[in-house]
Design a protein around this ligand. Sequence first.
Ligand code: URA
Length: 219
Amino acid sequence: MRIVESVHAPSAGAKSERLEALASAHAAQCPHCTTATAHTRLVFGEGNPEAEIVFVGEAPGETEDRLGRPFVGRAGEKLDEMIAAMGMRRDDVYIANVLKSRPPENRTPLRHEIEQCGPYLLAQIEVIRPKAIVTLGGPATKLLLASELGITRLRGIFGSLRLECHGEAARDGALEIPVMPTFHPAYLLRNYTPETRRQVWEDLKQVLVLLGREAPARR
Ligand code: URA
């Protein structure tokens, strides 16, 4: 799917300050998150503002909603394992979601919700300017690759996200960021087979190669 609205990320100052300003703007203005009623806390995203890799999931679940942090439930444990398998720590990367508030009963985000909240994710990415994005599952992949194809068709093949930048960042021109779609950790938990584990590891290894990093031996 394609997003038409855009949110202008603050363009001056350190990335951490710009992300904080964006989080405040989101909390005050996001047309989705300021009206949704099923959530208790917003989950803006967290991690290293200078990260080379941004992981993008779907939406906060119950634990995330309670703690206000992304991927801290069971799926989060699996994501932590994936990050560790890449030879990194959670603090090295940045983790965000398509929606920043929990959908009722953890249902899949609806198109209008993504259209309303998604521009804030794009603005987050514009601030961080990562070298690669890993989309976890269908909604994140469809949004960032502007595609209607399913994750099984798209995973394992680099796509690209093109972002028009605003303010001072615009002088560097548009951003073109490689996007690697892979399975969502929750899917991996439900389908924990040698085949799905191999597929995800292959996807992550491609990201390491792109970044010029050595892939640790698979554990
Ligand atoms: N699933 C997601 O997609 N995001 C989270 O933050 C947690 C679970």
